[in-house]
Design a protein. Structure first.
Length: 118
């Protein structure tokens, strides 16, 4: 037997999924997701992160492939730079994973095609 569907101002939704969200969903999380997106945009649009990735490539190319150094060696070790960039990306990935999970919870409101409405 198909589940019940409720008409809302924003389309039909599964009643059981809506009831579950009403008791556990904090809509503030959607605003937090916007903040996460802003942070990602800042990371990928500022030259610093891109420049650091290119610098890391140069370091790796030198020590792994034996290429000539393109820039003078700095005080930072390759593993320090790699670790720092990795931590930045891991934080972004965690934020994006939370956002995906949040969106999936809302997507569960979709009624099945054969379900009726009340």
């Amino acid at each position: 037997m198909p589940g019940k569907v409720k008409r809302t101002p924003n389309g039909k939704v599964r009643t059981d999924a809506l009831e579950q969200l009403e008791g556990s969903f904090d809509t503030q999380q959607l605003l937090n997701a916007v903040d996460h997106l802003d942070r990602l945009r800042e990371l990928v649009t500022t030259p610093g992160f891109r420049d650091d990735l290119l610098r890391l490539h140069g370091m790796a190319h030198t020590i792994i492939n034996g290429a000539a150094m393109r820039a003078p060696a700095g005080g930072e070790a390759i593993w320090e730079l790699a670790g720092s960039l990795s931590m930045e990306l891991e934080e972004i990935v965690e934020d994006l994973t939370e956002t995906v999970d949040l969106l999936n919870r809302l997507a569960e409101l979709a009624p099945d095609a054969e379900e009726g409405s009340i």
